[in-house]
Design a binder for this molecule. Structure first.
Ligand code: ADP
Ligand code: MG
Length: 578
């Protein structure tokens, strides 16, 4: 409401400027600012949010420019009908379908690829009837009079485009979709394992980003009146949008727009000044300084400084309250089979991390997975959660095959895991880390209230409630492990995979954690936990599976299994049973 009270008058004033008789010069000046706001904001929706840096924004902008140029001049389409930048979005989706299949094709590769798309599109346009190398005149194109005069109308189109771009970015930023994009930015593999449909999300953000850039291209074609390939596909567009976004803060919805305003205003001040060449160097220097001082950009730095430190998850829950929430559901530990691994094999190049692992986990039980370092324990967790694809074998969850499915679908089936070496989303707070997993990790999709409750519960349960608003970098290893733990719990999994969560804790902390795990089990959750600490294994496990060199060496009740001579010899470093 407060935001609306500020936004509405600003929008009203800007919308009425053409009718108040503002001079064309100033309208045109503001139009250029809107122009850059749209392009920078659209870049932010893809590259700022997901971290997939595009240097190909000129391509999508240019597709918009030439779609309008061609449709209006050659096919006499009305201008407005050419604005929906479907072609730009379609091209983005086609590129995305190829490159986004693998999360490995990011960073420099993606930047170069998008840059080369610009050259390809430019070559096509310049060598066909779309441009024929001579440019296209659009001066005769009629535009709807939505702003008193012709330049007033162009101003209005630019203004509306800026509003649409900002609103789109704002809503994405505050949506579940946006949270997913930001998680992809920090660690795409983990985002996928936590339930984020990464492929689909990247495609959508690429399409939206390109459509906005294309729509701006359509308007700009008419604004400039004469379009050429050289100008349209110049490196200026990608360079400027990147600079603007970084300056303002690419990970915030308003960042690119703020950067766009600052750079556009500085630029025009220089061009109209006496010593343009020195001025330009000055701007470049100022940019370098700002980027060094505020590496995450102006807006995020300010937001962090003035942030309301209040936790978004409501009042932290007391421990006693949490205990009752994880109350026993009375499930027997010898229930029906929940998870079945059949002949699971995984090779990494020449290394066989797992060879033919077969085991069952019953609903409600705790299965401890033990074995020497390198025996394949973490790899088995990676197979079950889908983090790596399996070489051969089959894994079923309640009879349904999950092996071969996308990790986010496995997560939504109720499988949650922790990482042995914590892999947290570094730019999300502890609370956001946990909430994201509650949001994405459950099959039925919890409602907002349920997500907040699950988040608060998991934070209180792991003793992290008072650290909810810090970034992971401020945490020690113990706390980082517990954030991993809380993230897995928040998804309310059926099957919880814990990879050495107790490692590195002191005896009192271990006791506390053992109590926690018991309580989770009594809430009906099935647990597989990897652990070296025999004390904890004996205290917790219903059954133990001993892995050695990628094979199940022994499987049974803790006491008996750990006395098995073969197991003892493995643990004492004797000759390995082959
Ligand atoms: P554990 O968790 O039991 O200590 P891991 O499952 O991590 O063992 O590793 C089992 C074997 O697989 C080791 O030899 C390890 O080097 C290898 N391995 C695990 N992950 C990878 C990977 N991503 N690439 C190559 N080799 C791997
Ligand atoms: Mg391991």
């Amino acid at each position: 409401m407060k935001k609306l009270l500020i936004t509405a008058p600003v929008v009203a004033i800007l919308a009425s400027l053409p009718y108040l008789g503002m001079a064309d010069y100033y309208l045109s000046y503001l139009y250029i600012i809107f122009f850059w706001i749209v392009l920078a904001t659209s870049w932010g929706i893809l590259s700022g949010y997901t971290g997939y840096w595009s240097f190909g924004h000129a391509a999508f902008f240019g597709i918009g420019v030439y779609t309008t140029a061609t449709l209006t001049t050659q096919l006499s389409w009305p201008f407005v009908a050419t604005i929906p930048a479907l072609l730009a979005a379609v091209v983005a989706v086609l590129i995305g379908l190829v490159v986004f299949r693998s999360g490995a094709l990011r960073g420099e590769f993606f930047a170069l690829l998008t840059l080369s798309v610009t050259f390809v599109v430019a070559a096509i346009v310049s060598n066909t009837a779309l441009d024929s190398g001579t440019g296209v005149f659009l001066s005769g194109i009629e535009i709807p009079m939505i702003g008193a005069t012709a330049s007033g109308s162009l101003y209005m189109f630019g203004f509306i485009a800026a509003l649409v771009a900002l609103a789109t970015s704002y809503f994405i930023f505050h949506s579940k979709f946006g949270q997913g994009l930001l998680a992809i930015h920090d660690d795409e593999d983990v985002a996928e394992v936590k339930g984020v449909p990464t492929f689909r999300y990247k495609l959508i953000s690429f399409a939206v980003s390109s459509a906005l850039a294309g729509a701006m291209g359509a308007i700009h074609a008419v604004y400039v009146g004469y379009v050429t390939v050289g100008e349209t596909f110049a490196v200026t567009v990608p360079l400027y949008v990147v600079l603007m976004s970084i300056l303002g803060g690419a990970r915030h919805w308003a960042g690119p727009a703020i950067g766009a305003v600052i750079i556009t205003v500085m630029q025009s001040a220089i061009v109209s000044g006496a010593h343009a060449e020195f001025g330009r160097a000055g701007v470049a220097l100022a940019l370098i300084v700002v980027i060094l001082v505020l590496p995450s950009g102006i807006v995020p730095s300010l937001v962090r400084r003035f942030a309301d430190r209040r936790s978004g998850a409501g009042a932290p829950m007391g421990f006693a309250q949490v205990v009752t929430q994880f109350a026993p559901s009375g499930q027997a530990s010898s229930g029906p089979v929940l998870l079945k691994c059949e002949d699971v094999t995984k090779s990494f190049g020449g290394i066989r991390a797992l060879s033919g692992v077969t085991l069952e986990v019953r609903r409600g039980e705790i299965l401890a997975l033990v074995g020497p370092n390198g025996s394949g324990k973490s790899t088995l967790i990676n197979m079950i959660s889908g983090h790596y694809s399996m070489t051969s074998g089959k894994i079923t969850l309640e009879g349904e095959e999950i092996s071969g499915r996308s990790p986010h679908l496995i997560a939504q089936q109720g499988v949650a895991r922790t990482y042995q070496i914590p892999r947290l989303f570094d730019n999300l707070t502890v609370l956001e880390n946990v909430r994201l997993c509650a949001k994405f990790g459950s099959a039925d999709g919890m409602g907002a209230a349920a997500v907040d409750a699950a988040t608060a519960e998991a934070l209180a349960f792991t003793g992290l409630a008072d650290k909810a608003d810090v970034l992971p970098e401020a945490l020690n290893l113990h706390d980082r492990k517990f954030v991993e733990f809380a993230r897995a719990l928040a998804a309310k999994p059926r099957l919880l995979l814990l990879d050495e969560v107790l490692c590195g804790l002191n005896p009192a902390e271990v006791d506390h954690a053992v109590e926690m795990i018991k309580r989770i089990k009594s809430g009906g959750t099935t647990i597989i936990f990897v652990e070296h600490l025999m004390r904890a294994v004996v205290a917790l496990a219903d059954r133990v599976a001993v892995l050695d060199q990628g094979k199940v060496l022994a499987l049974g009740h803790p006491g008996e299994t750990m006395r098995d001579p073969a197991v003892v010899s493995v643990y004492l470093g004797g000759s390995h049973a082959a």
